[in-house]
Design a binder for this molecule. Sequence first.
Ligand code: DQA
Length: 157
Amino acid sequence: MKIKVIHGPNLNLLGIREVNIYGPMKLEDINKNMENIAKQNGFEIEFFQSNHEGDIIDAIQESLTDGTDGIIINPAALTHTSISIRDAITAIKKPVVEVHMSNVAAREEFRQKSMISDVVAGTITGFGPLSYHLGLISMMEILNQIKMAQAQQGQKQ
Ligand code: DQA
């Protein structure tokens, strides 16, 4: 099964950007760790980062045809503004896990509204790079359960 990880604006600057909030780890190292864990558990994983809202929407929509079974997304600042990302998530009808490195609930008021929290399977926030790790574990569990349910359905037919 295939998991797509989508990183939003400015996350390409992890390791340089506001290190006091997001820590010193680079995005490529976060991705490498996720890749190792996914592979150890028999999942395919691919990564996408963009600073452009439309490109993120395209990446979500492409999940309909590129074999993606579930999405892990950190929409970054677009979390708080993007109805289009919300609509794309709703449209594809696949499990999505929302991830944030910082504890958005403990930050500025404008970060406390997420446009997607109520249309995703769940949200993990505040654990730095570990948020992605936990997001991946959650997504693998969701997909395993879907697979088991499908197998049971198949046995009944
Ligand atoms: C973030 C939180 C957002 O408010 C912020 O705009 C980001 C990163 C996080 O991972 O903590 O860019 O999504």
